[in-house]
Every structure is written in structure tokens, then in C-alpha cells.
Write a new protein. Structure first.
Length: 216
């Protein structure tokens, strides 16, 4: 999220426009973070609160900012929506499809556990695992109600995805793979990934042969 705020309000404070389903999640995260930071997170899900003075005025101001984060091409679709809750609901309706997202999670999981070869950096690989975990948690909500049990369930999801990511690691990570699986306790995702990120890239492990002095 960028801060391009202007006094005349002509520019959005967001640079991450929502344009299509692939970038909806990042857009929604930016919006939710900003609204929460303003102290008005409830405006995204509540139509009107008569118990709070100036609700309508504040909601209109927030809604104006949120609409500024819509790509100009799709703004006409949102013209009838003049409350935060309405804009938020419409965006979710247009750009999320649980069936497609669940299929996407399955596809991501297959990409994690099957390649035995990392395309790009280890950071990119681990980032994809985190994206999969995020979608997994959103699409398969907690089956329990207590906060303690929900936290335990989140940890189980995290451990499950972490172990799947170990399965897909290439040969140069075999020692780390064996070390983690041989541990008496399973480390959390952050600890495991901190270890993996310290492993030098494959190309840096290969010996570099330089010609001896005088060789031509």
C-alpha cells in the first residue's frame, strides 16, 4: 500500500488498484489494513450503526477513499454502491469464487510437493507456500469456536503446509530436510523457513574453477 495522499483528494492513497480476481486478495488486504488503522473496521461489514454518532458521515468519507482504489475501468460497476459495506460486498462478490479458489489451493499444493526443483529463489518458493496457507485458512474456516482451539488449528494447518513444502525441496536441501524430520519436536513454519533461507543457493555451492596463473 502506498501513501499518495493529496490535500484535494484527487489521488488515491493506494497504488494497488483492483483490476481482476488475481489481485483481489492483495487489494482487500490493503483496504482492510487501512480501515482498521483508522479505527473503523466495522464499516466494512456493518450497514449502519444508529448507536454511533456521525456514522453516515464517517462511512461516506471512508467509502470515497475505498472507491479511489478501484481501477477507472470498473468504477461504473460500483457507482450505485455508496456505503463501505456495499462496496466491500460487491467487490467480494465480483472477484471471489470459492470453488475456483479452492481449486487454486489444490493446484498450489501440487506445485509445492511435486517438483523437487525450485523455479526461482527459495524465497519465492516459501512465499508461494505462505500464499497457499493463507487461502487454505480462508476457504476452510475453523471448525471450533474457542480462541484457544482456533489457534491450535491454525498451528496444525501451518505445520501441515510446512511439511508439504519440505517434501518438494530439491536435493541440496536434503540435510535440512532430514534434520527437521528427525527432530523430536516439529519446529514451527517461521523457524523452519529461517533455516532454509540460510542455505546458500545451489549455484553458490558449486566450485568455481579459475585458470592457474599463466594458463591461456
Amino acid at each position: 500500500m502506498a501513501a499518495n495522499n493529496t490535500s484535494d483528494g484527487s489521488k488515491s492513497i493506494f497504488t494497488n488498484y483492483i483490476t481482476s480476481p488475481p489481485n483481489y486478495d492483495s487489494w482487500a488486504t490493503d483496504i482492510k489494513l487501512w480501515v482498521t488503522g483508522q479505527g473503523y473496521k466495522d464499516h466494512l461489514t456493518t450497514k449502519f450503526d444508529t448507536d454511533k454518532p456521525k456514522w453516515e458521515q464517517i462511512d461516506a468519507q471512508l467509502c470515497s477513499v475505498i472507491k479511489s482504489a478501484l481501477h477507472p475501468d470498473i468504477k461504473p460497476i460500483f457507482r450505485p454502491h455508496i456505503t463501505c459495506e456495499s462496496v466491500w460486498s460487491q467487490a467480494k462478490k465480483l472477484y471471489t469464487n470459492d470453488t475456483q479458489r479452492l481449486y487454486g489451493v489444490g493446484h498450489k499444493l501440487m506445485n509445492i510437493i511435486t517438483p523437487k526443483k525450485i523455479e526461482g529463489s527459495i524465497s519465492t518458493y516459501l512465499g508461494n507456500v505462505h500464499f497457499a496457507l493463507h487461502d487454505f485458512n480462508e476457504l476452510l474456516p475453523h471448525a471450533v469456536s474457542s480462541t484457544t482451539e482456533q489457534e491450535k488449528e491454525r498451528e496444525q494447518h501451518s505445520t501441515f503446509l510446512m511439511l508439504l513444502s519440505l517434501y518438494g525441496l530439491p536435493e541440496e536441501y536434503a540435510a535440512i530436510h532430514d534434520q527437521i524430520l528427525g527432530s523430536a519436536t516439529v519446529p514451527d513454519m517461521s523457524t523452519t523457513y529461517a533455516i532454509l533461507l540460510r542455505v546458500p543457493a545451489k549455484h553458490s555451492l558449486e566450485p568455481i574453477i579459475t585458470p592457474a596463473p599463466g594458463d591461456t
